[in-house]
Design a protein around this ligand. Sequence first.
Ligand code: DC
Length: 218
Amino acid sequence: MKITIDGPVASGKTAVGRALARRIPARFLDTGMMYRAITWASIQQQINFDNQDALAELTKTLNIEVILEDGEQILKVDGTDITDELRDPDVELNVSKISQVGSVRHELVSQQRAIASTGDIVMVGRDIGTVVIPEADLKIYLDASIQIRAKRRHDEMRRKGHRIDLENLVEEIKTRDNMDSNRKDSPLMSAKDAVIINTDRLRIDQVVNLILESIQKS
Ligand code: DC
């Protein structure tokens, strides 16, 4: 069974996907972390974001490992755990820019397809139902209002010790939504046959239950 969950920034995809994978049970992959890893590495290596060739080379050669430990996704680059760094404000600010680069997407999509092909999986991202595994058994599109999404991300960042103004975050999320939805290469959109769920008034377990009901019906 392959299930895709797409949706905008902080719509609840990761929390829902992880909990759903545990219930099925299936593997879980949050593809956003892969785009974040490339962004983190390009900042570390001071690669100019306009240098498409250097970004393509980085994506091909970077040794990314995605590991599940107790249901939590850990990402290692060259053996070093950089999971916490992937939420750094400078990664947050630049990841939508990096994920517009066609060659970066092309390489990561092929890595994601290879992971999906080896068994049951819940895969979360922006283009999973539309581009990565359009043949999936069930496609979900999660949405929520901008205010709720900003509040969720704000709470999450505060828990991790980052101080950020809520209104700034609303603006940042709007900018990222805009870039993710309007990019040329596989923009964020719901697949035609996706089940659309608005998570504004739903807890994670309620969304998971709705998806489990959809699995039973499909
Ligand atoms: O879900 P997230 O916030 O961790 O995603 C980080 C960025 O990566 C987001 O701005 C869009 C991009 N992304 C993408 O383009 N395609 C995916 N499948 C997953 C994420």
